[in-house]
Design a protein around this ligand. Structure first.
Ligand SMILES: NC(=O)c1ccc[n+]([C@@H]2O[C@H](COP(=O)([O-])OP(=O)(O)OC[C@H]3O[C@@H](n4cnc5c(N)ncnc54)[C@H](O)[C@@H]3O)[C@@H](O)[C@H]2O)c1
Length: 370
């Protein structure tokens, strides 16, 4: 099988879908890996690194799409790429169809095989190809929060860990799932005074076992959010209700009760945000101020650390890539339910229930097309 790695062309996307190490593993297994020239440059992976790994550098995006049986990407195809995708070609990437009807229509028209990272589900119901990006975003939330708490950045001028004789900053993490836990780990590491709120008692118990007395683990209610938010210097929103918009946990009115120039980091902004005053920002202009409260709401946080994110992504996607390449998408989907849950569109037919419900298109059971 020929596996193609195009350069990502979405604005501000610096990741690439495969590391040279990943390319080396695929080449050793006998697959041909085509990498578009400079596809990895923004992640610090150079053409010569891929060539050394056994991949072939090709000059144009068109050539990668034309010659490959499977296209491996990071972000969903954008308009310039729609017509390059052809019938029966496998496209394995983040699609997030529910938020983009034109993309759905284009992929239906292409009759390709669209396997979405974000719907690959393991036996426990977890989403293994979303996890690493949540980890990156969670860790970054604390790092960015600490940065914007500095006075020259507009924050209240407090050092997260304090120093001898001076209290550390108080960090509130709302939502103790994958990203929230990583935020808390970083904040604890920097010496902050950390509280996590979560609505799930079982999860709180796990967090208590993980952090011991280093973190305050409290049930999330309207009252507890209000109480801890008022005391906090940095508030990180990391909630998720699968398939739904994020609940609004801090209202515009409640901003008046918060500490002067404290920082809100809304990781959940890609699901609409969990603070009423949140609106998406970019890495160029990550922060805005309302009522003397800083809001950091970057919807694609991992994009700022493409080196780390690219490696983290390849680590989790590669086993699936190998299986699909070795068996073909049909046999791989038959023998591995995780790959089957990743199927979104097969030869022009929508095979994911949520997407068909979202756009009221006909739903086809994946088994009927395999
Ligand atoms: N901004 C970015 O760049 C970026 C990157 C990756 C992920 N995300 C987003 O971050 C969000 C969190 O992702 P995750 O992987 O950590 O989710 P997760 O499912 O692992 O964790 C979410 C947690 O929120 C808790 N929760 C739900 N409602 C709550 C409430 N009212 N109060 C307190 N806790 C509540 C859940 O019990 C769960 O423990 C998602 O919206 C995800 O899409 C954003």
């Amino acid at each position: 099988m020929v596996i193609g790695i195009p350069k990502e062309i979405k604005n501000n996307e610096f990741r690439v879908s495969l590391t040279p190490e990943g390319a080396s593993i695929l080449s050793t297994k006998g697959f041909t890996v085509l990498v578009e020239r400079n596809a990895g440059k923004n992640s610090n992976f150079l053409n010569k690194n891929y060539e050394k790994a056994g991949a072939t550098i090709v000059e144009s995006r068109n050539e990668v799409f034309r010659k490959s049986d499977m296209i491996l990407k990071v972000k969903e195809p954008i308009e310039e790429e729609y017509d390059l995708i052809r019938e029966n070609q496998i496209v394995f990437t983040y699609f997030h169809f529910a938020s983009h009807r034109p993309l759905l229509d284009a992929m239906i028209k292409s009759k390709s095989i669209c396997i979405a990272y974000e719907t690959v589900q393991d036996k426990k119901g977890a989403l293994p190809l979303l996890t690493p990006m949540s980890e990156v975003a969670g860790r970054m939330a604390t790092q960015e929060g600490a940065k914007f708490l500095e006075k020259p950045m507009g924050g209240r001028g407090i050092l997260l860990g304090g120093v001898t004789g001076v209290d550390p900053a108080k960090v509130l993490v709302i939502g103790g799932g994958i990203s929230g836990t990583e935020s808390a780990k970083m904040a604890v590491g920097l010496g902050a005074d950390v509280t996590i709120l979560d609505t799930n008692r079982e999860r709180l118990n796990e967090l208590k076992n993980l952090f011991g007395s280093k973190v305050n683990c409290i049930l999330s209610t309207e009252e507890s959010i209000s109480k801890y938010a008022k005391e906090s210097d940095l508030i990180i929103g990391a909630v998720l209700i699968p398939g739904a918009k994020a609940p609004k946990l801090l209202t515009k009115n409640s901003l008046k009760t918060l500490k002067y120039r404290c920082v809100l980091v809304d990781i959940a902004i890609d699901q609409g945000g969990c603070f009423e005053t949140s609106k998406p920002t970019t890495h160029e202009n990550p922060v805005y101020v309302i009522d003397d409260i800083l809001h950091y709401c970057v919807a694609n946080m991992p994009g700022a650390v493409p080196y780390t994110s690219t490696i983290a992504l390849t680590n989790v996607t590669l086993p699936y890539v190998i299986e699909i390449a070795e068996k073909g998408w049909e046999e791989a989907s038959k023998s591995n339910d995780e790959i089957k849950t990743g199927l979104n569109i097969v030869k022009g037919k929508v095979v994911n229930k949520n997407i068909s419900e979202c756009f009221k298109t006909e739903y086809h059971i994946p088994d009927s097309l395999i």
